[in-house]
Design a protein. Structure first.
Length: 336
């Protein structure tokens, strides 16, 4: 949280371009933290979480479009979505809640599976969501997209949601539900033998993850001002998964650090691309950097470990030591 707050403050006192980058980065952070709540604690790689980003985005966007514009663009919206107008903050919460409810009905059959089968099934959920969003013209505008969404996502409101997402993830992972789920991740048979209902713990984590991701979707559509099925499809799915894996899939600190690292490197490569005129330098360079990180650290930058203050102090002390002192320290530890 401290790292995220510092980044937001530094970006907020900069120019509008830097503030926009930071806002988008915080939205991505919310999505990655939401992804971590399920993937990191259960050990099941899910490709379908961005489906709930789409649900949260479309619900939140629909109820904030001005009513006169809504009657023209989406005249057949079902129920209160076509008649009620809600404030931005309430719409994000509503979208997140609906995403969590939808996730429950998806999770009940899906969480009966494990491993590769669950991953493939979650990819099928993403594909189904994409097809529905592309063809449900009355609700999403179909392939023509949902225009007219107010662009109300700002840096400080996104920072507040990022802090909330981190707190939700943290308190879940230290709760008895989170600890039981992590136990099942390490050894499912042993967890079942001591009475852990693995399926229901996974369902709870899946729905909580969908709630946070749905909130990220609501913020995202109000950042762009428009929503299309492509926005919530493969591009954002693989980018958020890459951020999580690069940072360290099994730690909340890894989710935060991986997001920041990928965003910073991506922006630096983009500036180099614009200055040099080299085409697609950002995409190729970012892929090579992520590949190098995964080769050097297969478990991510954090190796799946949480941040500890005493490790930072030890690292600072080691940086201030001379080479002979470092060699002497390792020699003594080896003798011990």
């Amino acid at each position: 949280m401290l790292v995220v707050i510092i980044v937001a403050i530094v970006s907020g006192i900069g120019d509008s371009g830097l503030s926009r980058i930071a806002t988008l980065g915080l939205v991505n952070l919310i999505l990655v933290v939401g992804l971590y709540i399920f993937v990191g604690n259960s050990g099941i790689l899910s490709f379908g979480q961005m489906s709930f980003m789409a649900v949260g985005a479309y619900i939140s966007g629909a109820v904030t479009i001005p009513l006169a514009m809504r009657n023209v663009l989406l005249p057949n919206l079902p129920g209160p979505l076509g008649t009620e107008t809600l404030p931005f903050e309430i719409s994000v919460i509503l979208g997140a809640a609906v995403a969590g409810v939808v996730a429950f009905f998806v999770a009940v059959p899906l969480m009966q599976l494990s491993g590769l089968a669950a991953g493939i099934a979650s990819l099928a959920v993403l594909q189904i969501t994409y097809v529905v969003a592309s063809n449900w013209n009355d609700m999403t505008g179909g392939a023509a997209s949902m225009p007219g969404v107010p662009r109300t996502t700002a840096l400080w409101s996104t920072l507040a949601w990022a802090i909330v997402a981190i707190l939700i993830a943290y308190f879940f992972q230290i709760s008895r539900f989170g600890l039981r789920l992590r136990a099942a991740r390490e050894d499912q048979g042993a967890a079942i033998s001591i009475g852990v209902n693995v399926v229901w713990h996974r369902i709870f984590a899946f729905c909580l993850s969908a709630f946070v991701v749905g909130a990220g979707g609501g913020l995202y559509i109000h950042f762009l001002g428009i929503g299309s099925p492509e926005t919530f499809y493969l591009g954002i799915t693989f980018m958020t998964l890459a951020m999580l894996v690069v940072g360290g899939m099994n730690s909340l600190w890894g989710a935060v650090l991986g997001t920041l690292v990928v965003i910073v490197i991506g922006e630096l490569l983009l500036r180099i691309e614009l200055a040099s005129g080299a085409l697609n330098l950002r995409e190729v360079g970012l892929a090579l950097v992520m590949l190098a990180i995964l080769i050097l650290r297969p478990r991510g930058i954090t190796r799946g470990q949480e941040f500890k203050w005493h490790r930072l102090v030890e690292w600072i002390m080691e940086c201030s030591m001379t080479p002979s002192q470092i060699i002497g320290r390792f020699t003594k530890s080896g003798k011990r």
